[in-house]
Structure formats: structure tokens, C-alpha cells
Design a protein around this ligand. Structure first.
Ligand code: 6PG
Length: 246
């Protein structure tokens, strides 16, 4: 049975730098081996510093012409809404890069959720040339971690945790902007690599439950990311790692 790689950094700044370094390294490997880098971004606030770094200090270290960006989930809000995951990535990263529209595969939060999920699925099928029953293989999926141990918009108790056919689904969650679209577990686990980026003492309990808690993906959705199916790395700052045994 494989185990996730766990890396603990002193503080958020060191965490963001290490995450940016890992993304740059993985992008280079992917582009060298198969000519492109498919990166699935996470939403939330934690990655803002990472996205800023890869678009500034590390911008020249990435062959951006070969990069395609996707999202693990989106809130059902317009792309310029403060709560939009696309808006956060645009503010911190995309606005500093000169990517073609064809490289940016956003989830259309402005559409009705089921329609947006279907459109995103169609984009994934076309981009990855998927046959029926196949799943996309992102070179890297970034994930944050909710205090309730959710990932993407797969929240505790949500039926989407057990979705094993579709690529993206509309969900209703107990959070601000409750209507969302999320990638499904098989898509996340089909990635070449999954990298968690988690910061703050407020996430320490969630990290402990995800990594050391009783096995229960309905209560702890982060546990559905399976190190036997994808290479899993956890990047944590010291406060977020404060309750796990290292
Ligand atoms: C979202 C994210 C979600 C996020 C966690 C952590 O749309 O909110 O995809 O899964 O990663 O909620 O969010 P923070 O980084 O803001 O703590």
C-alpha cells in the first residue's frame, strides 16, 4: 500500500514557495515527456500566494505555451464574482500571463449548475479525447482542505462522494455559495499526481482526520484520494501539521 508524501514547511510563505517549486518541476517533466502540462487548480484562499508566485517569481521557469489550466470545482457565480475560483486565479495569476483562451478551461459558474457541469464534462472529453467510461489524467491536481475535511466541492455526506461514472457534477453544499460544480472522485484519483496545499492551525484537526482518522470517506472526503491510484503529496505549514504524527 502506497503512502502519501508529507512535507512540512515552517510557515505559509515557505509553503507557497515549495508549492510553486513543485508545480514548476512537474510542469517541466510533463512538457518534456508529453509536450503539455495539464494543471487542475484548486479554489479557496490558500493557493493565492502560490498562484501569484508562479506568475511572478517563477513565470520564466514555466513554458506557458504548453500549459492548460482546469479547475477542480467552481461556485455557481459569474467569473468576475469575488467568490469565483476562476476570479481568484485570474486576479493572482492569469492576469499576469499571456495565455490563449484555448488554454483556460474554466467551469462556467454563470450557467445553471447542471448545464455548467455538462459543458465542463464535454470540454474534458474533447480535450483528453476520452472514450465512454474513460477519465482524464491531469498531470497535477491541486487540492485545498476544508475544516470539515472536504476537498474540491465534495463535502461530507454528499452523494457526489460516491459518483463513479461522471466527470463533473452539480452539488449543493453547506457553505457560502452552496450551489457548485465539482470534479468527481474517479477524475481526482486518475490524476498522475495530487498535491494538497494546506495552511493554518484551523486546518490541523482536518489534516489529522484526513491522514490518521478512521477510514470513512463520507465523513472525511479527503480520504477518497487514494495513494494506491495516484501520487499524493501533502504540503503543510507547521500549524496545519501540528496534530499529526510525523
Ligand atoms: C473551494 C475549494 C475548496 C477549498 C477548501 C479550502 O471552492 O472552496 O475548492 O475545496 O480548497 O475549502 O479553502 P481555503 O484555502 O480558503 O481554506
Amino acid at each position: 500500500m502506497s503512502k502519501p508524501e508529507i512535507v512540512v514547511l515552517n510557515d505559509y510563505e515557505a509553503l507557497a514557495v515549495r508549492a510553486a517549486e513543485e508545480i514548476v518541476h512537474i510542469s517541466g517533466e510533463a512538457i518534456c515527456t508529453h509536450g503539455q502540462f495539464t494543471l487542475c487548480l484548486t479554489g479557496g484562499n490558500t493557493p493565492a500566494g502560490v498562484y501569484t508566485l508562479i506568475a511572478t517569481r517563477f513565470q520564466l521557469s514555466v513554458d506557458w505555451n504548453a500549459v492548460h489550466l482546469f479547475w477542480g470545482d467552481e461556485r455557481c457565480v459569474p467569473p468576475d464574482h469575488p467568490a469565483s475560483n476562476f476570479a481568484m486565479a485570474n486576479r493572482t495569476m492569469l492576469s499576469r500571463l499571456n495565455l490563449n483562451a484555448s488554454q483556460i478551461h474554466r467551469i462556467r459558474g454563470e450557467d445553471e449548475a447542471e448545464i455548467a457541469a455538462a459543458k465542463y464534462e464535454k470540454d474534458l472529453v474533447e480535450f483528453f479525447s476520452l472514450e465512454e467510461g474513460e477519465f482524464p489524467c491531469f498531470d497535477l491536481v491541486l487540492l485545498g482542505l476544508g475544516e470539515n475535511v472536504h476537498i474540491a466541492s465534495l463535502f461530507p455526506g454528499n452523494p457526489a462522494i460516491h459518483e463513479n461514472r461522471r466527470l463533473a457534477v452539480a452539488v449543493e453544499v453547506d457553505a457560502p455559495q452552496p450551489r457548485r460544480i465539482s470534479l468527481t472522485p474517479p477524475v481526482l484519483n486518475h490524476a498522475a499526481r495530487v498535491m494538497f496545499i494546506v495552511s493554518g492551525a484551523n486546518k490541523a484537526e482536518a489534516v489529522k482526520l484526513a491522514l490518521e482518522g478512521p477510514r470513512d470517506i463520507d465523513r472525511y472526503p479527503a480520504q477518497l484520494i487514494d495513494p494506491d491510484r495516484t501520487e499524493v503529496m501533502w504540503l503543510l505549514d507547521r500549524p496545519a501539521a501540528s496534530q499529526i504524527k510525523l
